[in-house]
Design a protein around this ligand. Sequence first.
Ligand code: ATP
Ligand code: MG
Length: 411
Amino acid sequence: MTKIINVIKGTKDILPQDVEAWHRLEEKALEVFTKYGYKEIRTPIFEATELFARGVGDTTDIVNKEMYTFEKSERSLTLRPENTAGVVRSFIENGMARLSAPVKLWYKGPMFRYERPQAGRQRQFHQVGVEMFGIKQPTADAEVILLAVNYLKSLGLNDLEVEINSLGCPACREVYKAKIKEVLKPEFENLCEDCQNRYEKNPLRLLDCKVESCKEIFAKPEIQKVIQSDFICEECAEHYSELKSYLDKMNVKYVENKLLVRGLDYYNRTVFEIKSNNLGSQNAVCGGGRYDSLVRNLGGEDTPAVGWAMGMERLNSLLPPVEPKKLDAYIVSNSPAEAFAFAEELRAAGKCVEFDLTNKKFTKQLEKAGKVSDFALILGEDEIKSNKVSVKDLRTSQQVTVNRNEVLNQI
Ligand code: ATP
Ligand code: MG
């Protein structure tokens, strides 16, 4: 026998019985984001590798370990591990900086990261996300967080935890980085290998480490003292406190987490995550923040920006399954020509209908009708002669015979 070919490890089919759950996420995204003035953008699934090296940052796990990179015609290309870099590239390339600010864009689609597959972590997964360009005020940070919370609410997810932090600006962060390095220096040998590697290049990322022995080190009082210190400059502090006051006014509950630094290099000032207690160890559904230097770093004009991305698989795993939709009606007839014509008539009127293309016995067709719909529309010899239809409610077995043009009122 010919060997079957399996789906690749870390990727999944989204099967017909599951796809309605995905439609729910996508329809709500369109509905809610449109209310806030966002327009959808669709960027290619692969881009120049350099875009991610520069746009995500070459000290990140994503760029160092997780990219699907391949060569074609002597160019290095990469399957997008996230969509912010692609959206920023498109923003610059299409001159969107000339549009009046804010420019609000949203996206959805597959992302690719070479990670160890486990519950809540795949190699091809999906994100839905938003990016807002052109506003430096904390109103923008507050609005994108509010949008995330309201999108989650629209899906029925009311009890997720919003965590926020401010990473300051490049100036005040340098001082903080130096302090973190200094206080961790005596512990260097005890840090995990990843943290030792990050120590020089990206010391803030250490705070994000999930390794128990590292967490224990960071919990030591002298180290906590530095972590918990207010290092951000006056302007950054004002930005942060305004953000918090807007969130308070809008009744968005949040907790401040000084260990929240996010994996990507490009963030400044606001960072945030939204977490669920029902997801086990992969508990973040949403991550985002402000990235005022990214547009310039990718060759555009200085443009402040803020955005977030949510993992759609993780959202679905928090939501109840969607009941599969039934057909509005199933036509039962031994005259395929009549059934064809009637089905088309009903479809033109907006109904979802099918009939038996193999012209089986009436009883078989009725059995099938009961599986796929609540209504059977019977076109027997008598009905065809008199130009009528018998409508059978398959839940109650009640049947009425009506004129064809009255069927739409019955189903
Ligand atoms: P994590 O700490 O879980 O690795 P991250 O910081 O790498 O998350 P982001 O790049 O911020 O994640 O992506 C935003 C969201 O996308 C995450 O909060 C998560 O819900 C989802 N996500 C990220 N990586 C994966 C993955 N490999 N499989 C499924 N969902 C993912
Ligand atoms: Mg990750």
